[in-house]
Design a protein around this ligand. Structure first.
Ligand SMILES: Nc1ncnc2c1ncn2[C@@H]1O[C@H](COP(=O)(O)OP(=O)(O)OP(=O)(O)O)[C@@H](O)[C@H]1O
Length: 249
């Protein structure tokens, strides 16, 4: 299957992932995502890596190999670099460069109101950086869901949001926007309110029911950069009756 090709480039073998040599027998768990558990590891050249051991998978692995192929072609400063992978029957693992600064999640969902809270400008920069990074995997929907977490994860304390979880519901957000009502975005400055609204509108464009109704990542980048008159109101994302067409150039 050629599963060790990339690791070989890094001077490693797939067996080193499987038998836990790279991860010191899977001792140091970094976290858990939807697709598996991530362990800290070290290659023989002393380079730290993060090894994501995927949940039990089915199928013959073609999809996995295709996915790896796509990820391996992405080289962007804003996207974590895939160092290698391992595929042995249904056991699969991905090896990434190790990122020491924790995940975005930690900063978005921090319980401490005073520390680790990212400014709206920073959040916008991060969203833009990610959009530029994935401009060629075109996963617009996932990007929209991530924006949902970025905006909704902020502590919304305005009177308009009785229940902070409302900010997570795109339908609620969409209706408020249509009625020109406040989104309950906590913003001390007018500009911050504008950024919050911009991120919200972009995310609604990204999660349109029909893929053809979603904006391209190129347009998303322009919207996030605030270029031109690109911040038009999207159709109702949940209206599955009429396929909307995005107004991309
Ligand atoms: N390259 C990495 N370097 C350091 N830590 C990582 C790395 N990748 C993942 N982690 C840690 O492992 C955790 C789980 O990551 P994972 O990519 O599996 O899921 P996620 O990004 O949280 O969400 P999702 O499952 O939706 O992709 C992260 O929150 C982070 O703490």
């Amino acid at each position: 299957m050629g599963s060790s090709a990339m690791l070989a480039e890094a001077g490693e073998s797939a067996a080193g992932v499987e038998d836990g040599e790279i991860t010191n027998k899977f001792k140091d768990k970094l976290g858990k995502g939807h697709y598996g558990i991530v362990f800290r590891g070290k290659l023989s050249n002393e380079v730290f890596v993060a090894v994501k051991v995927l949940n039990d998978s089915t199928g013959n692995g073609d999809e996995f190999i295709n996915e790896v192929g796509t990820m391996a072609r992405i080289h962007h400063v804003n996207v974590v670099c895939l160092v290698g992978f391992c595929a042995d029957g249904t056991r699969r693992a991905l090896v990434y460069e190790f990122l020491p600064n924790h995940s975005l999640e930690k900063f978005i969902f921090s319980n401490n109101q005073n520390s680790n809270i990212l400014s709206w400008e920073k959040l916008q920069d991060i969203a833009l950086g990610i959009a530029k990074g994935i401009i060629c995997i075109k996963d617009i929907y996932s990007f929209g869901m991530m924006l949902l977490e970025i905006v909704g994860g902020r502590k919304n304390t305005g009177d308009t949001v009785q229940n902070t979880s409302q900010a997570y519901f795109p339908e609620w957000v969409y209706n408020r926007l249509c009625q020109g009502e406040e989104l309950g975005i906590k913003a001390e400055e007018e500009e911050h309110g504008r950024i919050g609204k911009r991120l919200t509108v972009v995310r609604l464009w990204c999660i349109q029911w029909y893929p053809m109704g979603r904006h391209s990542m190129k347009t998303v980048v322009q919207m996030l950069e605030g270029k031109g008159d690109t911040l038009s109101m999207p159709p109702n994302p949940f209206d599955s009756t009429k396929p909307a067409r995005a107004l991309d150039n």
